[in-house]
Design a protein around this ligand. Structure first.
Ligand SMILES: [Fe+2]
Length: 213
């Protein structure tokens, strides 16, 4: 036994742990124009501030869809929505926030109709049954809680950096901001962090008719 192999700690990894399985990150067969996405984001933030979900640290959302005629449906805890988390050493799961009727979020907010996001929304909603569609901010050096959501989520990274990773169970993946569309299995425990020094911006939509095996 040489010196190097003596220093290797045997983790007794099971076979499935030796081969990472990325099937909870599914790249879709659609691509949008990344320059137009970034331009649309710049347009929106000229007039609109991120909602902090009712005072939640490291959370920021701008809703692009709402319940028709209901401006309150995009504010505070409704910008966040129901999830489950394991907040302490007991490992006991608790629910946070309130259940929303995602299928009621059918109206694209008129203020943003002259942006590229309207075109993106029209394409996506012709292919998937969508719930809320939001622009989500992840600030530098920040993370979410370890949590699971009621349904899968569609991601279009708009601004990202190599230190932005989403972790689902024990598999981590960077989704580059190149116009690609991903659906991630948020019904499993997951997190997202931004280890870079500039904001991470994703378009994130709840997907109500997508099944993972
Ligand atoms: Fe989530």
């Amino acid at each position: 036994m040489n010196k190097d192999s003596q220093n290797v700690i045997n983790l007794n990894l099971k076979n499935e742990e030796k081969n990472l399985n990325f099937s909870d990150f599914q790249k879709q067969n659609i691509k949008f124009d990344i320059s137009k996405l970034q331009e649309a984001y710049k347009q929106i933030i000229q007039t609109k501030k991120f909602d902090d979900g009712g005072g939640i640290s490291h959370f920021g959302a701008i809703c692009l869809t709402r319940i028709p005629g209901d401006p309150d449906s995009v504010k505070g805890h409704k910008a966040r929505g129901l999830y489950w988390t394991k907040p302490d050493k007991t490992g006991k799961e608790v629910s946070r926030d309130v259940k929303l009727d995602e299928s009621a979020y059918t109206e694209f907010i008129p203020d943003y109709e002259n942006t590229y996001f309207k075109e993106v929304f029209d394409v996506l909603s012709s292919k998937y049954k969508l719930g809320r569609v939001r622009i989500l901010l992840k600030e530098p050096r920040s993370t979410l809680s370890w949590h699971r959501d009621p349904e899968p989520r569609l991601h279009i990274p708009i601004i990202s950096n190599p230190g932005c990773l989403m972790v689902i169970e024990n598999v981590a993946k960077h989704m580059p901001a190149d116009g690609s569309v991903w659906i991630t299995n948020n019904t499993k425990y997951h997190n997202a962090f931004n280890g870079g020094e500039e904001n991470r911006i994703h378009l994130v939509a709840c997907v109500l008719d997508y099944k993972f095996n």
